[in-house]
Design a binder for this molecule. Structure first.
Ligand SMILES: Cc1ncc(C[n+]2csc(CCOP(=O)(O)OP(=O)(O)O)c2C)c(N)n1
Ligand SMILES: [Mg+2]
Length: 618
């Protein structure tokens, strides 16, 4: 079949399918992009031709920022449990390097995204081309080499003959849950438009089976022996439980064994918040209940978790001197963490096998009363009656109470991820979407766009801090043009509540964390408030904006947003200093070892004290 390389890419992608548990779906049902001279005549022409002829169509979505379109693809992939994602085409140079942050986010979160950055001329006939960065020491290096360390698969197609192997390699990694992440195929601008006789069989429908590797029997035996010997076991459910759709298996495991279940940011919702075994989030922003259990646990069973420092409270969460770990994970890399007894397996398969192997074992947990007391604290935080402007916990409460079981909340950075992990009551495994692997400011609106595209029947609420909004709000325009309805709640607190509090705790006095005019007397950026109106900004982008003063206003606005067919931005101001219940935990952020400032010196004393509790778990 004589096609250009770009036409072959599009035709191939339109024929890729994913299958798990007998259900098939398109692996790449669409393509985000921004055209420039690097891709307009290549991938751009191919997408147009596929669309016009209706043959092997790959629906095209025009994004406003390349970083954001990768976030949207990552949101889409997460909502689809990594069984499906979107492709992203970008022009050469800045268009492509804008995708780097998105690539890192996808790989950190183990989410498949297919990136097609354009590249410099393979023939070099007119180099340097516009936007080419020349390396005097190596002519085959381009800015796209920066994708290599961020991608789980990287290839550059210098010649059309290389395309089939590049495409097949890309699909293998995208659809392998143990390897997946950003997958990048760099496409030189001239090669995209070059014709070649491709074999017909490259374009037949191909179904990629997404594996559920079962656990080795001996590994289950070893893991069960450790758990059977436990006096105080605790299970930590990570994102792998959600991606493997293992909630029912986890429910059966928990009910059969009685073991309490804590969760990570990516695992929240794996069990409903009111499940008898649920003890809430664990780690730096976890609940005091889960953190007490973590401190006492002699066996910690980590399922589908990568043990980030927030989960382990920078290795201070698990304080029992004899603590041992049992990890069920699809990657040996994560399974081996904390010197665990490892079960390398799909989470659903691994949990089912462990449940079977633990038959007759039952642990009587003592968390019931403390969970009930904790839930009363959550109720209080939801209805604080804080003034003169509301507390963030009340905003979270109002959104939670406005959420139906299938509705989704989206967040990524600032003070909200911590408050959400602590306070959010998740009722469905796909309800809670906090991107906390890369915690990338600006993910929220773009990610919400991808999530809504993946699950149009769900209401999607993006909670966005003013800092995140200012970093990346432009995908509102993409959503408006695509007729995609989102509810965006902008939480205006005039700066960084999160880093402000962190700054104070490390002795840096909230320096440089407020959005203010420069004070003419002190010379610091904490003068008068700025005349910024983010609601007006959202209106100018085509959104319907509702301004709220009180939590009652917010509740009414959330209802109104649900009843309109427009993208709605709900704007509310909150107090960045409002209180939240304590996690009774720690996070390691090193403090200056020598300092002139008294605040820093005191913080260093606290730091030295706290880090003594750090364990190595070797
Ligand atoms: C892209 C990016 N840059 C910097 C950071 C570091 N950072 C984490 S939270 C934060 C402030 C977020 O401000 P805002 O969105 O207003 O949330 P708030 O802290 O006020 O809740 C910053 C700068 C980040 N996470 N992502
Ligand atoms: Mg803020």
């Amino acid at each position: 079949m004589r096609l250009t390389v770009a036409q072959a890419v599009v035709r191939f992608l339109a024929n890729q399918w994913t299958e798990r548990d007998g259900v098939e779906q398109r692996t790449i049902p669409g393509c985000f992009g921004i055209f420039g001279h690097g891709n307009v005549a290549g991938i751009g022409q191919a997408l147009l031709q596929a669309h016009r002829t209706g043959e092997a169509d790959l629906p095209y979505h025009l994004a406003r920022n390349e970083q954001a379109m990768v976030h949207a693809a990552a949101g889409f992939a997460r909502m689809r449990n990594r069984l499906s994602t979107l492709a992203c085409t970008a022009s050469i140079g800045p268009g492509s390097t804008n995708m780097l942050t998105g690539a890192a986010l996808a790989t950190v979160n183990r989410l498949p995204v297919l990136l097609l950055p354009s590249d410099v001329f393979a023939t070099r006939v007119a180099n340097p081309v516009l936007q080419e960065l020349e390396d005097p020491g190596s002519y085959d290096v381009s800015v796209n080499d920066a994708f290599r360390p961020l991608s789980r698969f990287f290839d550059r197609v210098w010649r059309p003959e290389q395309l089939p192997s590049a495409l097949l390699g890309a699909m293998r990694v995208l659809t392998d849950p143990a390897e997946t992440g950003a997958v990048t195929i760099a496409l030189p601008q001239d090669v995209q438009a070059e014709a070649h006789d491709f074999p017909d069989e490259l374009f037949v429908k191909r179904v990629w089976h997404v594996a559920r590797p079962p656990a080795e029997r001996a590994a289950i035996g070893r893991a069960a022996a450790v758990i059977r010997a436990a006096q105080r076991p605790l299970l930590i459910a990570g994102g792998g439980v959600v991606y493997a759709e293992a909630s029912e298996a986890l429910d059966r495991f928990a009910r059969a064994t009685g073991i309490p279940v804590a969760d990570t940011q990516a695992g929240k919702g794996a069990l409903s918040w009111d499940h008898p075994n649920s003890v809430g989030g664990v780690g730096s922003t976890g609940t005091p209940v889960a953190n007490r259990l973590a401190r006492e646990a002699d066996v910690v069973i980590g399922v589908g978790t990568r043990y980030s420092d927030f989960t382990t409270a920078s290795r201070t969460a698990f304080a029992n001197p004899g603590v041992r770990f049992v990890n069920v994970n699809i990657t040996s890399f994560d399974a081996a963490k904390q010197a665990a007894t490892t079960v390398v397996a799909d989470a659903r398969e691994g949990l089912a096998a462990l449940t079977e192997a633990l038959r007759g074992f039952h642990y009587e947990g003592d968390h019931g009363e403390s969970v009930a007391a904790w839930q009363r604290q959550v109720d209080a935080a939801y209805h604080l009656g804080h003034g003169p402007v509301p507390a963030q916990s009340e905003v979270i409460g109002a959104v939670n109470e406005a959420c139906g079981e299938r509705d989704v909340v989206v967040q990524a950075a600032g003070s909200m991820p911590g408050d959400l992990q602590l306070l959010w009551r998740a009722r469905d495994p796909k309800q809670y979407h906090v991107e906390y692997g890369y915690s990338c400011m600006g993910f929220e609106i773009a990610g919400a766009l991808g999530i809504k595209m993946a699950a149009p029947d769900r209401e999607v609420f993006a909670l966005v801090g003013d800092g995140s909004y200012l970093m990346m709000a432009q995908e509102i325009v993409t959503a408006v043009s695509e007729g995609i309805r989102l509810v965006v709640v902008v939480v205006q607190n005039h700066g960084f509540a999160s880093i402000g509090a962190l700054s104070e705790s490390v002795g840096s006095q909230r320096f440089g964390t407020r959005y203010r005019f420069r004070d003419p007397e002190t010379g610091d950026l904490d003068g008068r408030p700025l005349p910024v109106d983010l609601a007006a900004n959202a209106e100018s982008l085509g959104a319907h904006a509702i301004r709220c003063r009180t939590i009652d206003d917010l509740t009414a606005a959330l209802k109104a947003a649900r009843d309109t067919d427009r993208l709605t931005v709900v704007h509310i101001e909150t107090d960045p200093l409002s209180p939240v219940p304590s996690s009774e935990s720690w996070w390691d952020v090193p403090v200056a070892e020598v300092a002139e400032l008294e605040s820093t010196k005191q913080a260093r004393v606290r730091y030295d004290e706290a880090r003594r509790r750090r364990r190595s778990h070797l």
